[in-house]
Design a protein around this ligand. Structure first.
Ligand code: PLP
Length: 443
């Protein structure tokens, strides 16, 4: 509780006073290597000169103009930069202030699309277990994170959940990765046929799952099959790239690597790199045109949409990605991180899986490597590893997911794209100390 409510000085957290590059410093001057980008946000590291200058310049000119009165050059430029790079016909951008807002927008726009195209009986969403789409009620309803949903379940709209693509846990011994991917993708078709495909609006998924499963990338062919099923039954595909998008996996959009096109895509965290709160929904021509030719108005909106200062900050983030070559660092530095994790943790008795794409990597922790049995949730492994790592001056993102109804644990790593080899060594050393100590104690 004290960690999130702010009032007087009851918090037991250190005070973050300054940031520089890959580090945040507290009030005592202690440095913390930001190996998780906070929650996969700070992709440029801290105190980036280009972003700072762009923010100052924008505030000096105009901080904010309400989006129903004006557009701004920065908003139009940012929209063009994103749509020029987006796969398929994602040519329309709706700017909001964060990830949950982007997901809410996508859910509502998908529903409105069917209302306006004469299929108002479509009222359901299908999502996956072990997914996280945000904490507002709509996003929480589609999310598959059991413990986050539990207290609010009577308030949540009904949503269907199918299996995630999770080979470490679910691939059968005699099954190829490809066959496994097809099998779990086919669960979408089975569920559609059970509930009636004509009642379903969309399937929503994170291309690479972040917080609830730890950098879980799909197997080859999985999303192609998902797309085929969506097309066959006329449902929309919403890809939630709030965490895995904006270069985190090595390409601007994670799903570029899966060779598919989406109807709606959400992005947030890396878009603002932590310099301003911002999120966005990208919509395809099909969706946009239907609404334009119908009511002409998306029935949604928030006060701070397309906030000029946030737009300017994100444009500077994209400049750094492209002009300074920051995005091009993600794939090689991701490989360097993966190598280090494998060298260091490959034989660790409590590290069951090492996985990820680009600078989005995770360790899955297990009580027993052979049986893959997770640690008991009462071990509070996630909180203890986080605290130990902070003691050592390392920010990592340990989480308790859900495995077979039991809570399992993984540690998510999402360092800034500017991280260097020496800092990767520091990351791996400190992470090893924290994981080794706490997993031994938890036995
Ligand atoms: N979607 C995904 C995939 C996320 O990882 C998150 C946040 O972690 C959200 C949505 C919600 O974003 P926000 O916390 O900015 O509302």
């Amino acid at each position: 509780m004290t960690q999130v409510f702010h009032r007087h000085c009851h918090s037991d957290l250190p005070f973050a006073t300054r940031g520089e590059g890959a580090y945040i410093y507290d009030q005592s001057g202690k440095a913390y290597l930001d190996a998780s980008g906070g929650a996969a946000v700070s992709c440029l590291g801290h105190n980036h000169a280009g972003v700072r200058a762009a923010l100052h310049a924008q505030i000096d000119q105009l901080a904010y103009a309400h989006s129903s009165f004006f557009t701004t050059e920065v908003a139009e430029n940012l929209a063009s930069r994103l749509t020029d790079k987006a796969p398929g016909s994602l040519n329309h951008v709706y700017f909001v202030s964060g990830g949950s807002e982007a997901v809410e927008s996508a859910l509502k726009l998908a529903r409105q699309y069917f209302v306006e195209t004469g299929e108002p009986q479509r009222t359901r969403f299908i999502a996956r277990r072990q997914s996280y789409h945000g904490n507002t009620l709509g996003a929480l309803a589609v999310g598959g994170n059991a413990w986050r949903r539990a207290p609010f379940s009577p308030l949540l709209m009904p949503a269907e959940h199918i299996a995630p693509c999770y080979p470490y846990r679910d691939q059968q011994p005699d099954e190829s990765l490809h066959d496994y991917g097809q099998r779990v993708a086919n669960e979408l078709e089975q569920r559609l046929l059970t509930v009636g495909p004509e009642t379903v609006i969309a399937f929503i998924a994170e291309p690479v799952v972040g917080a609830t499963a730890g950098a879980l990338a799909p197997v080859e062919g999985y999303y192609k099959r998902i797309r085929e099923i969506c097309d066959r039954y006329g449902i929309l595909l919403i890809l939630d790239e709030v965490m895995c998008g904006m270069g985190r996996t090595g390409t601007l959009f994670a799903h570029e690597q899966d060779g598919i096109e989406a109807d709606l895509v959400t992005i947030a965290k890396g878009l603002g790199a932590g310099y301003q709160p911002i999120g966005a929904m990208l919509a395809s021509d099909r969706i946009y045109d239907a609404i334009s030719e119908g009511s002409g108005f998306f029935q949604h909106g928030h006060t701070y949409m397309a906030h000029a200062t946030a737009m300017a900050g994100s444009l500077a983030v994209m400049d750094a990605f492209e002009k300074d070559g920051v995005l091009a660092r993600v794939a090689p530095m991701g490989e360097a991180l993966d190598q280090r994790l494998r060298n260091r943790f490959g034989d660790h008795p409590h590290v069951g899986d090492i996985r990820g794409r680009g600078l989005f990597q995770a360790l899955e922790l297990v009580h027993n490597r052979d049986s893959k049995k997770p640690f008991d949730s009462r071990s509070k492994l996630d909180k203890r590893i986080k605290a130990e790592a902070m003691q050592l001056g390392l920010m990592c993102y340990p989480m308790a997911g859900t495995i077979d109804g039991q809570r399992g644990h993984h540690i998510l790593l999402a360092p800034p794209f500017i991280i260097n080899e020496e800092q990767l060594d520091e990351l791996t050393d400190k992470l090893y100390q924290a994981v080794d100590k706490i997993t031994r104690e938890a036995l």
